[in-house]
Write a protein that binds this ligand. Sequence first.
Ligand code: ADE
Length: 225
Amino acid sequence: MMRIDIISAVPELMSSFLSHSIVKRAINNALVEIHFHDLRAFGIGKFNKIDDYPYGGESGMILSCEPLAKCISSLRDQFDYDEIIYLTPDAQVLKQAEVNRLSLKTNLMMICGHYKGIDQRIRDEFVTLEISIGDYVLSGGEIAACVLTDSIIRLIPGALGDEMSALSDSFQDSLLSYPVYTRPKVWRDREVPEVLLSGDHKKIDAWRHEKALEKTKQIRPDLLG
Ligand code: ADE
């Protein structure tokens, strides 16, 4: 069973994410355990302070070393982490190949930054992997942690209804997905491509590959290298 620990100053942001769809089923089927840890519980002083002003000036607050260190250490004392991941826009952008690799791990820790990020010394001391989910800035790492967690969980065998279906996802073969159709056969004069009704699986596979290639060339030629 996989275990994912997520550290955040606003864990409530993520709670509904667990109670739906594939993630919920994976949890119910004991394929994965997800635990949220409220950084505020490790805050300092009467007001449980977890952040402070940046040295050198600039706007925004930085999550301080000590609350994060206490939270991370208390977890690290109990579990042997394969990766301690910090979600941040100033990192390598997440790709499916990395998701595939992480889906084979047992214990993952994710740290969500908030405000202007976390003290660099925490990254230097504890973090083993830094991930951005795209070239844009979110107001915190929580949504990014949900994105990463979801992308990992759906790859755990048994999480998807049909185990094969993850293999035909976009990106699994460096191609975008081919177009898909369901009933009815004709909708507003738009017909389902004839080949999909043919029952000829060789022909269907060839058509799908051709369409995937066509779409990738058009929208994401960078994927074709
Ligand atoms: N935190 C804020 N923006 C982010 C991004 N793009 N990826 C991961 N974590 C983030």
